[in-house]
Design a protein around this ligand. Structure first.
Ligand code: SF4
Length: 360
């Protein structure tokens, strides 16, 4: 008998970034960040649209200068995705970004100077009805906290976050979410655990500066995955030193692996060995790139021989099991009478997937 393993999600307050709910019973959203120069308006708009097309539900744009804020205004007029303006230290940039249509401000209130400045940012966030993300990062902790704990300590991230949280709460502002990111996976997990039991606001998950595509994917999958499995997390960003479109792909793969959310094709493929009857690696890579546009959730198995091919195909929406010169095709767990020439596998699977995505 199949057993469904369910995750008990931490109860959190729901906030909105434009039309995207975060927290409560909202789906766990996937975000990314542009890495173009924000003052290059054309390139930034192009990348925002590319990320949105890849499935990004929220996109962050850094606004490091007042000049970038003017570019942000132009960008915001041309895109439909919810945009978070990422600001450090300069409250004037936060005010401008909010004025120019930011859907959320990423700013740490404790880092922007005196109370009057903080109040002015909170005032505009309230007026525009936009949330704030407190984003604590192990690379930029306050000096006194670093001296007290060192940076590889979950209590350092937690204490820093709570300073900012307390400022917002004192100013009667609770429309915020929080992240406590470390590049050390275990430190990061522990910091989120501390935070999850201390506040009711939604949590934005991420392993910061996690590294290259391969290394960063592994760290993010372990860190974000373990937190999500324990019910912690309401939105996520995978941080990779790679094309940010990969961040969206990996983010959805993490959610998919935990059965939290499904988007697009979940490919099941064997690692291949000398028993393979067709070139599994070529087939899977070609299909992955050809079918990137498919958003309908479905399981597609590509298995090189009968050893595991039949079992996987029977559990998949569409499956192929390698067999001599012609392989065996399954749809909805049912074997098709006609075998598929191995040279035609890619085109055939594509045809079946496209047909199914229209019918589902
Ligand atoms: Fe090898 Fe067959 Fe296993 Fe694929 S399914 S790894 S081809 S034995």
């Amino acid at each position: 008998m199949n057993q469904t393993i369910s995750i008990k999600r931490r109860k959190s307050k729901k906030i909105y970034i434009k039309n995207i709910p975060i927290g409560g019973d909202a789906p766990i959203s996937v975000q990314s960040m542009t890495n173009t120069c924000t003052t290059n308006v054309k390139a930034t708009i192009k990348q925002i649209n590319k990320l949105q097309q890849a499935g990004a539900e929220i996109i962050r744009v850094s606004v490091p200068t007042l000049e970038a804020a003017e570019a942000f205004k132009k960008i915001k007029q041309k895109v439909t995705a919810p945009i978070v303006a990422d600001i450090h230290f300069d409250y004037r940039i936060a005010l401008k970004s909010a004025e120019y249509g930011a859907d959320c401000l990423r700013i740490n209130p404790g880092n922007i100077g005196n109370l009057k400045r903080i109040q002015s940012v909170i005032h505009i966030a309230k007026e525009k009805k936009i949330p704030i993300r407190i984003g604590v990062n192990s690379g930029s902790l306050e000096k006194d906290i670093q001296e007290k704990y060192g940076i590889k300590n979950p209590h350092a991230l937690f204490e820093s976050a709570m300073r900012h949280v307390n400022i917002l709460e004192k100013l009667d502002f609770n429309n915020f979410k929080v992240s406590v990111k470390s590049s050390d996976v275990l430190t990061c997990i522990s910091a989120y655990q501390l935070l999850a039991s201390a506040i009711e606001q939604p949590l934005h998950l991420g392993i910061t500066e996690s590294g290259s595509l391969t290394n960063g994917t592994v760290k993010s999958a372990i860190g974000i995955g373990l937190l999500l499995f324990s019910g912690i997390g309401d939105t996520l960003r995978v941080s990779l030193a790679a094309d940010p479109v990969n961040e969206i792909k990996v983010g959805f793969h993490i959610l998919q692996a935990l059965n939290i959310r499904k988007r697009g094709i979940n490919f099941i493929a064997c690692p291949t060995c000398s028993r393979q009857e067709f070139d599994v690696i070529k087939v899977i890579n070609t299909l992955e790139s050809r079918l990137e546009d498919i958003t309908t959730p479905m399981d597609v198995s590509i298995i090189g021989c009968m050893v595991n091919g039949i079992g996987e195909a029977e559990k998949s929406d569409i499956g192929i099991s390698g067999y001599r010169n012609k392989s065996i095709l399954y749809e909805n767990g049912v074997r098709k009478k006609t075998k598929i020439k191995n040279s035609k596998i890619i085109d055939t699977i594509e045809k079946y997937v496209r047909k199914k995505s229209k019918n589902l």
